[in-house]
Design a protein around this ligand. Structure first.
Ligand code: GTP
Ligand code: SPV
Ligand code: MN
Length: 582
């Protein structure tokens, strides 16, 4: 056999899938134009109003293919126990036998795009190369936005075999023949039957979280479902934080918030909105890079009021998926400025009438280059990353979790992350609004046994001489009539301010059984009209609810058996003792 390892692999998958044409993507702007032209011709793309949204396109996915499908996602490690009880597992042999027939001849009559890409800043020692082969022009155009794609990646790779191969085909888009497979020992991904988001853009959840978390465990680093932001304080110092919230629970919005405390000197700089790779630096601090180059952001709820930076970012070179459009070819979704005009076309391409279903799909999204976002940090592509002062866990909890609390130390913080739960959202195909345990927001994304994952977090902490402080937040606590008690969005900067004060040993807090909660006067609420009763409810630690929480955590942790670190049980027992639970 001749050629580089990459060329040999491409030959191999072409022999299986039998495309009519093979196109190696170089990442150039001319190539982007060709991809969009091709997509327009085959009705994969529609042009949006080019005056208002230059370079922007609409894509409508198959109506049965609108979100990640966790029940069709598998970790195919050699041993089942290495995937752990929270992942679907299939043996590598079975996985190949089941899906090879689906890939055979799947690209006949079609074009196969070869997409070499880098996850991480170009030239960063932490960057990794992946190569996705796909028969979807939408995936090719999206990966150009989400990663550093083409020539730069081939240059970084050279003739090395150090890349993560990802084979993707739309197949027949049937959920019956849809599989998202990860072979962690081979660092390989096979995905068939879906063209949507995390199922199909293989650099994202498949490589940068599931495969990368496995690699990180072997190599001593962390791959996390986290945003990265910098909070600039009035002295001009920037404090970096990484925050893990489950899918569609507010990472993008927090990462680029517009601060109502700007006149005091507090503002937010964006480093990343979905994934962080974290390493222990030579200085004993934790350093983070954002492996992505774009955002795949949730459309519904995005507006000039909630997220002005994103509204500015998506005005050019953006792909909109499953949103509605107005008569003038402008994108529209629930929660965008104002009510729906009468003449909308819904996400399926049908005329929409008020009172019928939602016009945009609840998991409709935009794919936008990060450099479009006005709040990008000047350090967002720094090869060494940014130093993290605080880690923030959070979820969507109508009750139980207060607005914010701080853990006592790293080990307790790991327990806080491991004990997380959140109400499910439209980001995956399942019942929405059901509370489920979602440790560190990684339940659907950890590529190995989560018992080992908690142990890995503890080990990384032991190597940090200056560990970040660990917090938990909840923007979603509701009142009697189901309304959100906290205004959220930009106002969340008030919580970030308290967090940075705590990091500096300044902010005031009350010690409670679950951790440190702000004293009534320590959160900056100037200019907000929140009643003292509302604030009390937002910060209340409800002992009965926490006793129930303890029981549910216990049940969740038990499934890991011997693989659950003793430290997690110690923290669980300590919390029970502090709550005075029976
Ligand atoms: P993924 O991309 O799925 O990982 O999601 P994400 O965590 O980046 O979530 P995102 O910021 O896109 O927010 C998801 C939804 O929550 C959107 O509809 C937002 O408008 C809404 N949301 C975000 N932040 C807040 C908040 O502070 N309060 C309230 N009430 N809603 C919020
Ligand atoms: C998520 O579901 O957490 C996302 C969207 O960020 S997807 O890329 O589809 O996974
Ligand atoms: Mn995500």
């Amino acid at each position: 056999m001749s050629g580089t390892p990459l060329e040999r692999w491409v030959d191999e998958v072409a022999a299986i899938t039998q495309p009519d044409r093979i196109v190696w993507c170089d990442g150039s702007d001319e190539e982007a134009q060709r991809l969009y032209e091709q997509g327009l011709a085959e009705k994969t793309f529609y042009r949006l109003n080019q005056k208002a949204y230059p370079g922007c396109h609409l894509h409508r996915s198959h109506p049965s293919d609108v979100a990640r499908t966790e029940h069709l996602t598998f970790i195919c490690s050699r041993r089942q126990e290495d995937a752990g009880p929270t992942n679907n597992w299939m043996s590598p042999e079975e996985a190949r036998a089941k899906t090879l027939p689906l890939f055979r001849g799947a690209m006949r009559g079609r074009t196969m795009y070869v997409l070499p890409y880098i996850m991480g800043p170009v030239g960063s020692p932490f960057s990794k190369v992946g190569v996705e082969v796909t028969d979807s022009v939408y995936v090719a155009a999206s990966m150009r936005i989400m990663t550093r794609l083409g020539k730069v990646a081939l240059e970084q790779l050279g003739s090395s075999e150090d890349f993560c191969p990802g084979l993707h085909s739309l197949g027949d888009l049937s959920p019956e023949r849809r599989f998202i497979l990860h072979f962690p020992e081979e660092r390989t991904i096979w995905s068939v039957g879906s063209g949507y988001g995390g199922n199909a853009l293989l650099g994202k959840k498949c490589f940068s979280l599931r495969i990368a978390s496995w690699m990180g465990r072997q190599e001593g680093w962390l791959a996390e479902h986290m945003l990265i932001l910098g909070l600039e304080d009035p002295s001009g110092q920037v404090w970096y934080m990484a925050a893990a919230f489950p899918s569609a629970c507010g990472k993008t919005n927090l990462a680029m918030l517009v601060s109502p405390l700007a006149d005091q000197g507090y503002r937010v700089w964006t480093v990343g909105d979905d994934i962080a790779w974290l390493r222990v630096g030579p200085d004993g601090r934790l350093w983070a890079v954002n492996p992505e180059a774009g955002f795949f952001g949730v459309a519904p709820g995005t507006s000039d009021r909630t997220n002005p930076n994103m509204m500015a970012a998506i005005r050019r070179s953006t792909i909109f998926t499953n949103v509605a459009i107005t008569q003038d070819g402008l994108p529209w979704w629930e929660g965008i400025n104002g009510t729906g005009p009468d003449s909308l076309i819904d996400w399926r391409g049908n005329r929409w009438s008020p009172g019928s279903d939602k016009a945009a799909h609840p998991n409709s999204r935009f794919t936008v280059p990060a450099r479009n976002c006005p709040s990008m940090s000047p350090h967002w592509e720094d090869p060494q990353g940014v130093p993290i002062s605080a880690i923030i866990f959070g979820g969507r909890r109508a009750r139980v979790a207060p607005l914010v609390y701080q853990s006592f130390d790293w080990q307790h913080g790991v327990f806080v992350g491991a004990g997380m739960a959140s109400e499910t959202t439209a980001a995956a195909i399942h019942a929405v609004g059901v509370t489920r345990r979602d440790p560190m927001a990684m339940l659907p994304f950890c590529g190995y046994n989560m018992g080992d994952y908690f142990a890995h977090w503890l080990r990384v902490g032991a190597r940090l001489s200056q560990p970040p402080a660990i917090f938990h937040v909840n923007w979603f606590r509701t009142g009697e009539s189901g309304q959100f008690l906290w205004p959220g969005f930009g106002e969340n900067v008030r919580v970030l301010k308290w967090i940075v004060e705590r990091v500096q040993g300044k902010g005031e807090a009350t010690e409670t059984p679950i951790g440190f909660v702000p004293t009534p006067g320590s959160l900056d609420l100037e200019g907000l009209s929140l009643s003292p009763e509302t604030m009390e409810e937002l910060l209340r630690v409800d002992r009965d609810a926490w006793e129930q929480e303890l029981a549910e955590q216990k049940q969740f942790f038990e499934q890991f058996g011997e693989r659950l670190p003793q430290e997690i049980w110690q923290e669980h027992a300590a919390l029970a003792a502090r709550l005075g639970a029976s």
